[in-house]
Design a protein around this ligand. Structure first.
Ligand code: TNX
Length: 527
């Protein structure tokens, strides 16, 4: 009858609250294997978190999970080795990033062979819960997770994002906030672009004018800023607790005006017949000739490619040596990024000589160099990485021919500073518009002819900050695109589809709303 039909309709529309199935969970990045189980788990006030295994990191992961669950649930959720319905089991001490989750009516168990894997399992668990879990105040919600299981591990070992803290300085607090967001998407490398024409952002004790002078302004003429070495260590430690490794970048030999404005002795000179030096202190707007090496002017515009170090000057290498030494001493991660992009006013021979000497310095301090892809025109040391950005496949091929891997940052896909479309309120568009579907729908191994997974270290999404001045700007450009790129880096190609992502990302939109993340509501999905 009409009445039974109506009744059935009401039930289907939610008149009777039915638990969604496990496989409908909106997890990003999508796990490699996910299967529905039976029953469902209800997180309740008397429950706890049990640690199986040992080590300080395991305890930290347990406490991290508790700190994420307590505010919205209002439950105590004690962390102990004795008992608990949420079980974190560490079966080894390896560097594996793999984990498994099993949800039954009685418990949720996350197991992993390595601490990073366990941490990623925790991130997945947080996404399995209703999105209200992201609130910082108690919610009256039934904390139900449908039964099921997950087996997961990343496709690429390097999954990163870059913050350009040079064009506009980004506060310590905002960097930590960004790290938290990266962790939620299982990203594991934070590249800090610490220096550029417009600013020097890290204290170097042996060259103090770098921050006194070079750190004193930014694009648009604001007051700039820098991290003391103590603050940098704080970033490194905060990131490490979230299994994120910091990659510091000192961009050279181009993009160095902030140095040349701080130390005139480093400013390139041209030998005159009478033995004097002439220095062209120039910005794109202004050129001044003087007859000694003299500091250039601070720069607050956004032109690129007009400054350079002097690769014939020994002082240049003494300078680079001190900077690499001081930063390497406070950087536990394996990589040091030497920049190398857009050195348009450096002679080609000088550029190659410079890059090769700087690679040696980096290696002397125990680090592996990463450079923007132009560095592959030089002889790369074994293991060094070229970061593919310019869409100059030639440079990537030069790296591969030398037996070196590349890091994938194709500007038409992952440049977070590119506008979404012509209406975007900030951002640039020299590489075109990058809406959410463009950021999502690509495959790292298929971009350059002849490349396979073995040639690719991973994927990194840079956020250049010429037009970014505050957290709202970061939010608008990074989200939702960062979540799409994280899935490209984590989930294998066969598992990925735009339609599936487009269904899951709106749930994350709700979470971002709860967290106050001012993401861009791309019209490509229904929020
Ligand atoms: C190119 S990408 C640059 C940066 C700019 C960016 C702006 C790269 C290696 N260099 O200096 O900030 O474009 O989109």
């Amino acid at each position: 009858t009409i009445w039974t039909l109506l009744l059935a309709g009401t039930l289907a529309m939610g008149g009777c609250k039915e638990t969604p199935s496990f496989s409908d969970s909106a997890i990003i990045p999508l796990p490699q294997e996910l299967a529905n189980g039976s029953g469902s788990f209800d997180l309740s006030p008397e429950m706890g978190i049990q640690l199986v295994g040992s080590g300080e990191k395991l305890t930290k992961i347990g406490n991290y999970l508790a700190s994420k669950l307590r505010p919205a649930t209002g439950f105590d959720l004690p962390v102990s080795n004795e008992s608990g319905e949420i079980v974190l089991e560490l079966t080894g001490i390896g560097s594996s990033e793999a984990y498994e989750i099993e949800v039954t009516g009685d418990e949720v168990k996350i197991s992993a062979d390595g601490e990073a894997g366990l941490f990623y399992g925790v991130q997945t668990l947080l996404q399995l819960l209703p999105q209200e879990i992201a609130h910082s105040a108690v919610q009256s919600v039934q904390w139900t997770i449908p039964g099921g299981s997950i087996k997961d591990e990343p496709s690429f070992s390097y999954r990163g994002s870059m913050l350009d803290v040079a064009r506009h300085f980004i506060s310590l607090e905002d960097v930590k906030y960004y790290i938290d967001q990266m962790a939620a998407y299982k990203l594991n490398y934070l590249h800090l672009h610490l220096t550029d024409d417009q600013g020097w952002r890290i204290e170097i004790k042996s060259w103090p004018r770098l921050t006194e002078v070079g750190g004193s302004t930014e694009v648009g003429g604001g007051e700039g800023g820098f991290y003391t070495q103590e603050e940098y260590k704080e970033i490194v430690a905060y990131a490490a607790e979230r299994f994120i490794t910091v990659v510091p970048e000192v961009d050279m030999p181009g993009h160095t005006n902030a140095v040349l404005a701080s130390y005139g002795d480093l400013n390139p000179g041209i030998n005159l017949p009478d033995g004097d030096l002439t220095t062209v202190t120039k910005t794109p707007e202004r050129e001044v000739q003087v007859n000694v090496r003299q500091a250039s002017e601070l720069y607050t515009g956004i032109e690129v490619g007009w400054s350079t170090f002097d690769s014939d000057l020994e002082l240049t290498y003494a300078f680079v040596d001190s900077v690499v030494r001081e930063i390497s001493e406070i950087t536990p991660g394996p990589y040091f990024h030497i920049g190398g992009d857009e050195s348009h006013v450096t002679e080609k021979d000088d550029y190659i000589y410079f890059v090769e000497r700087v690679q040696d310095i980096v290696s002397k301090y125990g680090k592996t160099s990463i450079g923007w892809d132009e560095v592959a025109t030089a002889k790369l040391l074994p293991g060094n990485i070229a970061q593919y950005w310019s869409r100059e496949d030639e440079n990537a091929k030069l790296a591969k021919a030398q037996g070196n891997q590349i890091l994938m940052s194709p500007n038409t896909r992952v440049y977070l500073d590119m506008q979404y479309d012509s209406t975007s309120r900030i951002g640039l568009h020299w590489a075109g518009y990058v809406d959410l579907d463009a950021a999502y729908s690509w495959e790292p191994t298929e971009l350059i002819e002849g490349f396979t997974a073995a040639d690719i270290l991973g994927v990194e999404a840079p956020l250049w900050t010429e037009t970014v001045t505050n957290r709202a700007d970061i939010d608008y450009l990074a989200f939702p695109r960062l979540s799409a790129i994280a899935e490209v880096a984590w989930t294998k190609k066969e598992r990925r589809s735009w339609d599936s992502y487009a269904k899951r990302v709106p749930v994350h939109g709700k979470r971002w709303d709860i967290q106050g993340v001012g993401f861009y509501r791309s019209p490509k999905v229904t929020w």
